[in-house]
Ligand binder design. Sequence first.
Ligand SMILES: Nc1ncnc2c1ncn2[C@@H]1O[C@H](COP(=O)(O)OP(=O)(O)OP(=O)(O)O)[C@@H](O)[C@H]1O
Ligand SMILES: [Mg+2]
Length: 198
Amino acid sequence: MEEATQGSSRLSGFAETVAQAKERVAHTATETKIEAINFNFYYGAFQALRNINIRIPQNRVTAIIGPSGCGKSTFLRAINRMHDRTPGARGEGQLLLGGANIYGDIDPVKLRRRVGMVFQRPNPFVKSIYENVAYGLRVQGVNNRRVLDETVELALRRAALWDEVKDRLHRRPVRRSPAGSSSASALHARLRLIQKWF
Ligand SMILES: Nc1ncnc2c1ncn2[C@@H]1O[C@H](COP(=O)(O)OP(=O)(O)OP(=O)(O)O)[C@@H](O)[C@H]1O
Ligand SMILES: [Mg+2]
């Protein structure tokens, strides 16, 4: 606790100190961010999720643990509507984000701006490291070079990748680091779904 408070004074140049963040989280942590109500998920005739009822609070780290094949990834992908283009895949019941129905009220592109997903395996586009990280901003119409340069550098620094890649930003990435983490960081997604980082 003390360390965190001392740390916050060193971080005083940042928009929000550790102490301020703690105070904000203390006020909001009990609010439900995601809620599944009798949620089922099917791949064709195969039912992968059965009657899921869960409330996930905001500003908390929630882990889903279970044996291989029990449906963890299916559930995470459902939150982000990543199954939309999988033939035969469909959800049933309710899946809510901030009270709005993910499969009804929310536009999938807007949904994915709010909900970031970091995959277990990096899956970079066939583009440079720079363009992979900048992609999320580009699809939102951000093309200002200075903004892109600064955001790409910040995202890579946050993902502890900057020193490793700063001299080859405009070359294609080697499959090693979780590229998704820096793209997600560039997007400042409010909610991050992380698939097995350990
Ligand atoms: N695209 C798909 N089409 C058909 N069945 C699928 C598809 N994706 C997953 N499944 C099936 O749905 C079930 C749940 O799979 P899922 O990948 O969600 O499990 P998981 O808990 O993430 O497993 P793991 O720990 O191995 O990652 C499994 O029986 C799997 O074979
Ligand atoms: Mg999985």
